[in-house]
Design a protein around this ligand. Structure first.
Ligand code: TA6
Length: 303
């Protein structure tokens, strides 16, 4: 069987010889592990991350929908929280879509009746929707693809949303890597640390990490151009290929923020993680009644 469901809400996907696997927590449909070559883990998950459904997972690949970052004031008043409800709701396992010895594809779904807390959708966001997440594990290519389909089943109402795969990569040492491929981001950079917006030409690229970084690179060109590379050898560690995802967020909390996050441990763990997040967050995508929207990311592990 290419999938195994555990009593504590995990779905373990593996290829025939078990050398490649991915684990999806139904809570948030959060990928909490992706391993190649048996034990080579590529996702960073905090040692104190809550995996019991009491808090969004600190690590792995949390799904951000329908709002990226802090919600607008009117939604916040009605109980809407940062990064939305997709990552705090229990998704349904829809099943294995296809399987060969080396490639396994599994689907998960979420609708408004499953949202937790319910008031996020009944009192705050108030829109009907269907989310379909397809996870594809490819052993031969060392790839993990996550595809999202967002549907608007409303009859008369259109609505807008952000989408983001908030991927926490595991890296040997964050000071020794750089993020390449952001050089020509046409929409510039929204920098949450310096609280400023600037063009990429005036920022340092490739992006290296020597302190807190929290930036949105907007309208990043090249569907498979973003990579995490070793600074000295220039060897790629990961490639992030994107379809229909315009923006890339780069985040590392560094010392002070890691200390402030109760579910971040070890406190020095920011040295072994780097978030490179593909999404559409610089603008809201609008879906007319009956419309659907699709996007995906494919991660390749070169390690
Ligand atoms: O994607 C970057 C970011 O929005 C940062 O601003 C940082 O706060 C991070 O996500 C984590 O957010 P969380 O709500 O999971 O603590």
């Amino acid at each position: 069987m290419p999938i195994e469901q555990t009593d504590d809400g995990k779905v373990i996907i593996s290829t025939a010889d078990k050398s490649t696997s991915a684990t999806v927590l139904l809570y948030g449909a959060t990928l909490i592990s992706w391993k190649t070559k048996h034990d080579n883990e590529h996702l960073w998950v905090s040692d104190s991350a809550k995996l019991d459904g009491t808090k969004a997972v600190r690590g792995g690949v949390p799904l951000v929908f329908p709002v990226f970052g802090p919600p607008p004031a009117d939604l916040k008043e009605k109980g809407f929280v940062q990064h939305g409800f997709a990552r705090t709701s229990v998704w349904e396992l829809l099943g294995v879509v296809s399987e060969t010895n080396e490639v396994v594809t599994v689907q998960f779904g979420l609708g408004p009746e499953m949202v937790s807390p319910q008031k996020m959708v009944t009192e705050a966001w108030q829109n009907d929707f269907t989310l379909l997440l397809t996870v594809e594990l490819d052993q031969t290519k060392s790839q993990l693809t996550t595809k999202i389909e967002v549907q608007n089943p409303e009859v008369t109402k259109s609505w807008g949303f952000n989408w983001l795969f908030h991927t926490y990569f595991r890296v040997p040492e964050v000071c020794d890597v750089a993020v390449t491929g952001l050089e020509n981001s046409a929409g510039g950079v929204a920098d949450k640390v310096s609280k400023s917006e600037y063009s990429v030409s005036s920022s340092v690229t490739p992006v290296t990490i020597a302190g807190e970084v929290d930036r949105v690179y907007k309208n990043v060109p090249g569907s498979d151009a973003v990579q995490i590379v070793a600074t000295v050898s220039k060897q790629p560690l990961f490639t992030v290929a994107r379809t229909n995802l315009d923006d890339v967020v780069v985040w590392n909390p560094w010392t002070e923020n890691a200390n402030a996050l109760a579910d971040f441990s070890p406190k020095t763990g920011f040295h072994q993680m780097l978030c490179v997040e593909a999404g559409t967050v610089g603008r809201f995508v609008t879906l007319q009644p009956g419309e659907k929207w699709e996007a995906s990311q494919t991660l390749t592990a070169h390690l």
